[in-house]
Write a protein that binds this ligand. Structure first.
Ligand code: CO
Length: 141
């Protein structure tokens, strides 16, 4: 099992590779707001645990295991963002930060339960509307 910090790196590396076809240490450092020496250390750890292969002059390549876990992490992040939005958190910066905070601490079972709720609310507009109205009254109290 990757640690929370390894998860953050894998999630970001997977996204960078999806978007640009590669992930450079400098881009990872920028995206995670950490210094390049931390990135180097973590890349070595991820390499050791078979999530990626790192070669000094060729950069890094995600292994099948790394791709699989990275994809799951990105999907989990997305489910939790949708969840916060659908229950009424409307500030995108807050949505992102809060998901980064909670995503490592929920079990797959809880994520699935949240995903089910999100899909349920998307499938039932009238109930989503009841929730929105209820929230407005609640916040006005
Ligand atoms: Co995330």
């Amino acid at each position: 099992m990757p640690t929370p910090s390894m998860e953050d790196y894998l999630e970001k590396i997977y996204q960078l590779v999806e978007k640009k076809g590669y992930a450079r240490a400098a881009d990872i450092a920028d995206a995670l707001e950490v210094n390049p020496s931390s990135v180097t250390k973590m890349i070595q750890k991820l390499d050791k645990d078979d999530y990626l292969i790192y070669e000094r002059y060729r950069g890094l390549i995600l292994t099948d295991k790394g791709k699989k876990v990275g994809k799951k992490l990105v999907e989990r992040h997305y489910v939790l963002e949708e969840f916060l939005r659908i229950i009424g958190v409307d500030d995108e910066e807050r949505v992102y930060r809060d998901v980064e905070g909670i995503e490592h601490h929920l079990s797959p079972k809880s994520i699935l339960a949240i995903e089910t709720l999100v899909e349920f609310l998307k499938d039932h507009d009238e109930i989503k509307k009841m929730l929105d109205d209820y929230r407005k009254n609640f916040e006005d109290k």
